[in-house]
Design a protein around this ligand. Structure first.
Ligand code: SF4
Length: 747
């Protein structure tokens, strides 16, 4: 008799959160398939079965290198010697060490570094807020945080997150969006579900404008491709604004009644005439004009930017310009335009974080956000009263809106300035691979008095830890999320497989780990629920449903869209309008309007350095098979993509005597790495595009190897000096920098 069990789970292998059906027998995975009946599957994705990470989930689950039991360092840091210990011993010892460090240096001495939403992330700030430390960092500054925080400053709530693109249709089934502007995003590689929607929309007549320095599958589909010089996006978008305003192509009624600061914007935009901006961006004048017209005359518009813009030091200004463009076409909260969802009805992730437990003094001590104020507690506290007055709930999770400043924090670990940071929790994050200036990260991690890592694998970062704790994968824990608190929809997924099999493995969720520590640190009353299912019962209580009942009812709640809500409630900003001139940025001491700034390190700003390092280095583009630094140990995926690749223009390669497949050194003023050359003519001959996230789990763990972290890791070359970061949001530049390339002769 078959004992097959089928659970409806949520894959967290990357951000879309696909719903899947997991078949198991006696606690062992036997089969997985897409949940085709689920409404989200039906409307938004291509076959989940096509996703290489989904197909490799069984390899992931039972991989010989998965962490199975708590480990304590048994040699020097990085020596690769570990002792297996019990969870009780791990909790007792770590809590005791945290208490001692807190007693000696204060609660702020503990930092927490989270990864890219691979675990239950609201639990991390909850623990940190209760401990009394504001020093939680994550990749937010170069992920969606610039977009979310700029959106809230200007609109009072972020428009629908761009992980999902759903074109509105009218009664006859026709797509109502007129024009889609994509900036620095190639959904064909990074967001296949969005790519499907874009191709469908295009067939329905949606105009497509793409801003990208590189030719991609997405630029191939565009009506207009604006191939700009890397790092000049803000100038280009401001020039489109100039054309729209100067030719009276904007939505007069929306601008007059629902926008604040149009006269100031008009004046600012006069500094960006297309003739002048063409020289800066290298986009022909006529093409800028043509794009602005196509955009303004095909409304409503949707404008989606991604890491191509967010990973620059002029990111916030560029994102301001993007939100202004949507305002000029009157596209907010109307069918086919930028939908502003508001919060979900459940208790949301930001409400679970207990931000109120952090005192104003503790927030003030957050490292780096006295300088980079938009993304951090100063910005969040400036925006929250207006948001809560309008929407009744906080926007987005602290993860996106209130992290400490990562590069400043790692400097504080090394210098003790402004105060000692001596302990860190690393949670499903691998800063030795994913964060800029790895040489500095390495020194900082090695210098800590206590470094505790929770992860699936022994990574180059975990190899430097004092304790390594095994976390559950998405298959071994339930899921409940409302888009980090930014969405009105709620998605649930069941725990599909056991997290403990005696003698084989004993893994815990973030919640169970941080609760285990919290109970030993006097936080009993804040951790009343024993596991995530009980937590989710609480989060769903406003809907009068238990988690089990929610899952039986389909595990998904998505209310029908309601448009033009602002006519009744205004926008959640200080003026109640869309702030073209941002009073929040003004209050934080920044320029309220967008201004273009030349990148800090390129042939224009550093001509002398460019003689030594003549090529422009760009990185961060998504690799279809991997999610950032993950999956390098999964054989089926490595067979598809075995080596790190650097794109070099054929003309440049010819000059440098480089052929397809040659290993080449890529060297910046900060170090050198090697990747394999692949020739690509779809970009400026002076540009090279390097892959990110590379380490080699097959190489030894102990130093000096650290799983090959120094070999091909782009972050050996990147810069994190606070002086080159975005001055409002603190993001570090990954889209430009100088380098030289030459063949590896001997290795
Ligand atoms: S890894 Fe694949 S299946 Fe999983 S969430 Fe991402 S796209 Fe969906």
């Amino acid at each position: 008799m078959s004992s097959e069990v089928i659970k409806s789970a949520v894959c967290e292998g990357c951000n879309p959160r696909c719903r899947v059906l997991v078949h198991s027998e006696n606690g062992k995975l036997v089969k997985m398939r897409e949940d085709k009946a689920h409404p989200r599957s039906a409307t938004t994705w291509p076959p989940t079965q096509a996703c290489p990470r989904f197909r490799a989930a069984e390899e992931f689950m039972y991989h010989k290198d998965r962490l199975n039991f708590p480990l304590k360092r048994a040699g020097e840091k990085g020596e690769g010697k570990w002792k297996k210990i019990s969870w009780v011993q791990a909790f007792d010892e770590i809590a005791d060490k945290l208490e001692r460090l807190k007693g000696k240096y204060g609660a702020e001495t503990l930092a927490c570094h989270s990864g890219t939403l691979r675990t239950t992330e609201w639990v991390h700030p909850r623990f940190m807020n209760l401990f009394g430390s504001p020093n939680h960092v994550n990749p937010g500054n170069v992920c969606h945080a610039p977009c979310i925080n700029t959106a809230v400053a200007m609109l009072g709530w972020p428009p629908t997150h761009r992980t999902f693109l759903r074109f509105e249709r009218d009664a006859s089934g026709k797509v109502t969006t007129g024009c889609l502007l994509l900036i620095g995003i190639n959904p064909a590689r990074s967001r296949p579900h969005m790519w499907k929607a874009i191709r469908d929309g295009k067939k329905q007549g949606v105009k497509l404008i793409v801003v990208d320095p590189r030719k991609t599958e997405t630029t191939d589909l565009a009506d207009i491709w604006l191939q700009l010089r890397p790092g000049t996006d803000t100038a280009l978008l401001m020039s489109m604004i100039n054309v729209i305003i100067e030719n009276d192509l904007y939505h007069e009624d929306f601008v007059e009644h629902w926008c604040h600061g149009f006269p100031e914007l008009r004046e600012r935009s006069m500094a960006y005439p297309p003739e002048k901006i063409s020289e800066i961006t290298q986009v022909p004048t006529e093409k800028i004009k043509e794009a602005a017209r196509l955009y303004a005359l095909n409304t409503p518009t949707l404008t989606i930017e991604s890491m191509g813009l967010e990973q620059q030091s002029n990111a916030i200004a560029g994102i301001q310009a993007k939100f202004i463009l949507s305002a000029l076409t009157g596209s907010y909260d109307i069918p086919g335009g930028e939908y502003i969802p508001g919060p979900a009805k459940c208790i949301t992730e930001p409400e679970m974080e207990l931000r109120e437990e952090l005192s104003p003094e503790q927030k003030k001590n957050q490292i780096g956000t006295d300088r980079f104020r938009l993304i951090g507690w100063p910005g969040r506290d400036a925006m929250l009263p207006h948001v809560i007055k309008t929407w009744g709930k906080p926007f987005s999770a602290q993860r996106a809106s209130a992290p400490a400043h990562h590069p400043t924090l790692y400097r504080a670990i090394l210098t003790g300035d402004p105060y000692p940071v001596r302990a860190m929790m690393g949670i499903a994050s691998n800063p030795m691979v994913t964060q800029p200036n790895v040489k500095l990260i390495y020194k900082a991690l090695k210098s800590l008095d206590l470094y505790v890592v929770q992860d699936y694998w022994m990574t180059p970062s975990a190899a430097l830890a004092d304790y390594v704790l095994p976390v559950t994968s998405w298959l071994e824990r339930p899921y409940l999320g409302a888009g980090l608190g930014s969405h009105d929809s709620i998605l649930g997924g069941e725990k599909a497989l056991p997290s403990t099999i005696p003698g084989e493995y004993d893994r815990k969720t973030d919640y169970e780990i941080l609760r285990g520590l919290g109970l030993r640190l006097g936080q009993e009353r804040y951790w009343p629920w024993e596991d995530l299912e009980q937590v989710f019962d609480y989060m769903l209580s406003p809907l009068n449903l238990t988690f089990n009942e929610f899952m039986i009812a389909g595990g998904y709640e998505s209310p029908p869209r309601q448009f033009r809500k602002y006519e009744k409630m205004g926008f959640g900003t200080p003026t109640g309008k869309v702030e073209l001139f941002s009073t929040i940025l003004e209050q934080l001491g920044y320029d309220p309007l967008p201004t273009y700034e030349e990148p800090h390190e390129n042939p224009v700003s550093k001509p002398e350095l460019a003689r030594e390092y003549p090529l422009m280095l760009c990185t961060g583009g998504r690799i279809s098979e991997f999610f950032h630094s993950e999956q390098r140990q999964i054989d089926s995926i490595r067979r598809m993509h075995p080596d790190p690749l650097v794109q070099i223009h054929p003309e440049t390669a010819n000059t440098l005597d480089i052929q397809e497949g040659n290993w080449v050194w890529i060297e910046s003023p900060r170090g050198r790495i090697r990747q394999k050359a692949t020739l690509f003519a779809g970009m400026d001959p002076k540009m090279v595009h390097c892959e990110h996230g590379w380490w080699f789990p097959e190489l030894p763990e102990e130093e000096p190897w650290l799983h090959g972290v120094w070999e091909s890791n782009i972050n050996v070359l990147t810069d994190d000096d606070p002086d080159v970061c975005d001055k409002m949001g603190g993001g570090w530049p990954l889209k430009w920098g100088l380098c030289r390339v030459y063949r590896v002769k001997e290795y």
